[in-house]
Design a protein around this ligand. Structure first.
Ligand code: 13P
Length: 251
């Protein structure tokens, strides 16, 4: 059985004053989450503060991005070892906001994925199609291409120590969630693609859904066979909503 993972991607939100009540609120309700691993991905600058607040809890820490280089003249960037240094377990790579707003390619994402793994981080690889790609009927092609870049660089076995997040871009921050069937279809496609290469990896890898997942729709999405958790944006900023999603993953 794959353990569900419910990870909060706080994106570029919050302040030094707001992170403490947010984390304390999650900690206060954590006993009700019996099955899922909970994780939070704060903005880089708040990671040490959040790490201190999380000490001694089961909540994992992640970063929202990572650079593919180990160190050096890369102004403004954060290296994988810096993230392990401050207590991160996870690093999101290839979020659609990185891909579409900052023009990050499949190849760069794959390189980040490789660097994260090398440093001992668990990459959360985001894949997902734009609205026009769904309308053109090329969702599977897009997702296969995004996954393929990582498999080509690192081999399929690398995905056995990683997490995949399917985030249809049209569902992110729009309140328009994919239906459970729409999400399940793509999750099953991803698992099937991996199974063609390595059945063990396919059976093991957690595939999270992301895109307007909230307290109201989580249970239905999480009941689908290939949906192993969520990557949560907006709803991860409210402890009660984030916890409700964790509780919806109770088995
Ligand atoms: P929302 O939950 O706000 O739609 O964001 C999803 C997301 O992008 C998580 O990475």
């Amino acid at each position: 059985m794959r353990q569900p993972l419910v990870a909060g991607n706080w994106k570029m939100n919050g302040s030094l004053d707001s992170v403490t009540p947010l984390v304390e609120g999650i900690k206060a309700g954590l006993d009700s989450v019996t099955t899922a691993e909970m994780a939070v991905c704060p903005p880089y600058v708040y990671i040490p503060t959040v790490a201190a607040l999380l000490a001694g809890t089961s909540i994992a820490l992640g970063a929202q991005d990572v650079n593919d280089q180990e160190s050096g003249a890369y102004t403004g960037e954060i290296a994988p070892n810096m993230l392990t240094d401050v207590g991160c377990k996870y690093a999101i790579v290839g979020h659609s906001e990185r891909r579409s707003i900052y023009g990050e390619s499949d190849a760069f994402t794959a390189s980040k994925f490789a660097a994260a793994r090398k440093a001992g981080l668990v990459p959360i690889l985001c894949v997902g199609e734009l609205l026009e790609e769904r309308e053109q009927g090329i969702t599977e092609q897009v997702v296969a291409r995004q996954l393929g870049a990582v498999i080509e660089l690192e081999g399929v076995a690398a995905l056995g120590d990683a997490v995949i997040a399917y985030e249809p871009v049209w569902a992110i921050g729009t309140g328009k969630t994919a239906t459970p069937d729409q999400a399940q279809e793509v999750h099953a496609f991803i698992r099937g693609k991996l199974a063609e290469l390595d059945a063990d990896v396919a059976a093991k890898v957690q595939i999270l859904y992301g895109g307007s997942m909230n307290a109201g729709n989580a249970a239905e999405l999480l009941s689908m066979a290939d949906i192993d958790g969520g990557l949560i944006g907006g709803a991860s900023l409210k402890p009660e909503d984030f916890l409700a999603i964790g509780i919806a993953a109770n088995r």
